[in-house]
Design a protein around this ligand. Sequence first.
Ligand code: LLP
Length: 483
Amino acid sequence: ICLSKFCSPKKIGPCAMISLVGKKIKSFFPELGSILKTFKEKKCFLMTQASSDLNFSFLVTEEDADKIVEELHTICFGGISKDSLLGDSWQDLYHKPEEDFPKNFYSSYWWYKKSRDLSFLMKEKDCLYVYDKETVKQRFSSLKKLRAVSRINYAIKANHNDEILSLLYEEGSSFDCVSMDEVLCLKKLFPEITPPRIVFTPNFAPLREYKEALEFGCIVTLDNLYLLEKHGSVFAGKEIFLRFDPGSGRGHHQYVQTAGKKSKFGISLASLGDVHKLVKKYDIRVVGLHAHTGSGILDPENWKETAVLLAKLAKEFEEIRFINLGGGFGVPDNSFQKPLDIKKLDDLLYQVSLDYPFFQFWIEPGRFLVAEAGVLLLKVTQLKKKEDKNFVGVASGMNSLIRPSLYGAYHEIVNLDWLESSEFLRVDVVGPICESGDVLGYDRSLAKETSEGDILLVSNAGAYGRVMASYYNQREPAQEFVL
Ligand code: LLP
């Protein structure tokens, strides 16, 4: 209230303060170069240096804090053996591993209830993705209850397993595709599908694919004016959707934030004038507007903001009937994150829909529908101890699940054979790929009894897991099984 007399303050949160603490902290400044690099891809709102010369602090988003601290520790203390210089860490002194997993913590998870089936499936296998259809169904029905949303387009890039697609098809979902091969996959699986049930939303795809999609009768979304400037005749007289860049992106990692000047997605709001000229020139009918800010978002305000922005923008066009709010609906990665508040999302979107009753609002979720429905099961291959560091090796790593290596994504890992264990060991869970980054989880609490042949379960692996797998090192990635 006081500040608003002088400027327009904005509340940012939730945030975390990270402090480098030590006597004569200024003498550490020459080292800051590499430390500041850590912040290159993360938001840093403020830096402060205490006049006491005892600390130097950074204000960051709460979401980024753990990862940044981990990186800072590696920069500041990596390579220093604990015994030679440092005492016990805070973790060593105060952390009780059993608190990570209070008894019955997992009992509500589908895979806990079906752990026997999972063990059975792994009898002759080293690694396997297992999906639970019931969970997908539940997630779909929770989104179906959103009063403002008239259509759900499942983003099949998240998981295009046949049985999952069939389930969602039967449940009445429509689909979002980003390549013609994704479209053909649906066409093959559901020969009777009505083409407008598929939205084609590619990015920098060859022109041929747009032609094929139009010919097939999909709804086509353009996210680049180049297509109209250079190839306007392809779209002449057609109904299309336009994808706009709402200006700033969100998401669990820089790589999945799909808006803002530096992002390759969407048409800039600043080029609205050119849009109008080109649309007029080729007699194109813009019937839908689209925006997608990013992936792994847990704040319901995101879709409200998108809805309001696009609904206002729609006034600039004559024939808009549809507003596609994109996907990005996140799921909690760990027990500290709160799930997306669907009730709040419903209230927020419903309010917008009352303000703009002439539009149909669509969403295109991927992760939300399938992430928690999937687990990756991995057999323990070898254990290793190097000084005070423990490693547990498993039969497949970044070749099956690249998310931890690519985004530093956190996936809960438990030993399925020792779910009730009360004694834990801190370990890095590593795969068999010849890359130092082939780590599925750093510094995890695993049952002390963990041994060769045990089955480790990696949770929330149903989205962007198998679909992003590779044959790197000529290691076949985990196959899939649907319960
Ligand atoms: N719509 C558009 C235009 C998209 O680009 C995406 C995802 C979605 C919908 C679905 O987003 P979702 O609801 O699944 O967050 N590989 C990354 C995620 C990349 C998402 C790409 N676009 C990951 O593993 O986190």
